[in-house]
Design a protein around this ligand. Structure first.
Ligand code: COA
Length: 335
């Protein structure tokens, strides 16, 4: 096994910012303070009507290339994590190969995961490099849950934001990728789901805030049973942390920063408490972006490095969890 690293990283946020003040105008029964206090989000970025996940992925990747002087010709694999692709087919990763002007020798595929997606992506990239199938993997997360959201769905519209991130995983770099822990429990699939729009269910329903959203689903619309997802996270994440530490032969004290999927502040506060992690070692990066699904961890990591919260020799534990249910953890070591 050769060492594999995160070599460079960037992120892109759509121009349009949706503040709590603007949102609350649509939901006068809620207040700006209520949203800010509960979910810790004051604003989020929303993709333009004509802006797709492919467009956001393109912007994040071009930013990555220009900010880090990356030689595009060296990229030999694209992995794109999304649940809001441009098309059913072809994969958005294939379209990006040509849009970004990457070599036709590049492998390219999309993978459909949500909040655990970045950690899974790192593992896939590491596996490709260790298996001598690639040398420089472009790992993209790009998600626009706003496109799955009903305009009257205040519970979800307050939480989720759109974003894309781009990471180069390579044989050199400053963040060494350690060992992984994975998990899946498909029994939770109904609790966070876009049920219609694909091929199993075809019925379309009118939106009824009090009735239908709890029971049924709308064309392409996101349904989340927040209480169940919360319960799952409380049960799973402490075990995920423990298993990730064990897989890396580390103890909790060896970790300098914990970067959990930024689901919402209520969830993060509770997870921090039950996992017994101190404030200084626990990253929050949600206030101005919201829950950006597979992009929360790379955005938080990028910011933590820029803000010198992660420094040389530090060990960072990443934990992604959510839709599926699916979860994954790993440790990064800053060189
Ligand atoms: C959504 C979630 C924040 C709701 O919290 P909760 O305490 O379980 O919610 P409840 O329905 O019991 O409502 C409690 C209060 O919170 C409020 N609330 C619920 N969702 C809210 C939101 N998005 N913003 C602000 N307040 C919210 C309710 O209106 C209620 O207020 P009230 O006491 O004034 O009536 C919580 O269930 C959660 O964190 N779930 C996980 C969801 C998530 O982040 N998923 C992302 C994928 S991992």
């Amino acid at each position: 096994m050769i060492d594999v690293f995160i070599k460079a990283q960037s992120y892109y946020l759509p121009k349009k910012v949706l503040t709590n003040e603007e949102l609350i105008k649509e939901f006068p029964k809620w207040t700006v303070e209520k949203v800010s206090k509960k979910v810790g989000i004051n604003s989020r970025h929303i993709a333009d009507k004509n802006e797709t996940v492919g467009d956001m992925a393109y912007q994040a990747s071009e930013k990555l290339f220009s900010e880090n002087n990356i030689d595009k010709s060296e990229i030999d694999f694209i992995l794109l994590c999304t649940q809001t692709p441009d098309y059913f087919l072809p994969t958005t990763a294939c379209t990006l190969q040509s849009r970004l002007g990457l070599s036709t020798s590049c492998g390219a595929l999309d993978f459909n995961l949500g909040c655990s997606g970045y950690v899974y992506g790192l593992s896939l990239a590491k596996g490709l490099i260790n298996g001598n199938m690639a040398k420089n993997v472009l790992l993209i997360t790009s998600e626009a849950y706003s496109k799955h959201m009903h305009s009257k769905d205040k519970k979800n519209r307050t939480i989720f934001g759109d974003a894309a991130t781009a990471t180069i995983v390579s044989t050199t770099g400053n963040l060494k990728i350690g060992n992984f822990s994975f998990g899946t429990d498909g029994r939770g699939s109904e609790n966070l789901i876009v049920k219609t729009g694909a091929f199993k269910f075809h019925d379309m329903m009118d939106f009824d805030e009090n009735e239908a959203i709890e029971k049924d689903h709308f064309p392409n619309n996101l349904y989340m049973n927040g209480a169940e997802v919360f319960k799952f996270s409380m049960d799973t994440v402490p075990k995920l942390v423990k298993d990730t530490l064990e897989k890396n032969a580390l103890s909790k004290d060896d970790i300098d920063q914990f970067i959990f999927h930024q689901a919402n502040k209520f969830m993060l506060d509770t997870l921090k408490t039950i996992s017994k992690i101190s404030n200084e070692k626990f990253i929050y990066s949600i206030d101005d972006v919201g829950n950006t699904v597979s992009s929360t961890i790379p955005i938080a990591l990028n910011r933590a490095i820029k803000e010198n919260k992660v420094n040389k020799k530090d060990k960072v534990l990443l934990a992604g969890f959510g839709v599926g249910y699916s979860w994954a953890g790993c440790v990064l070591e800053c060189q």
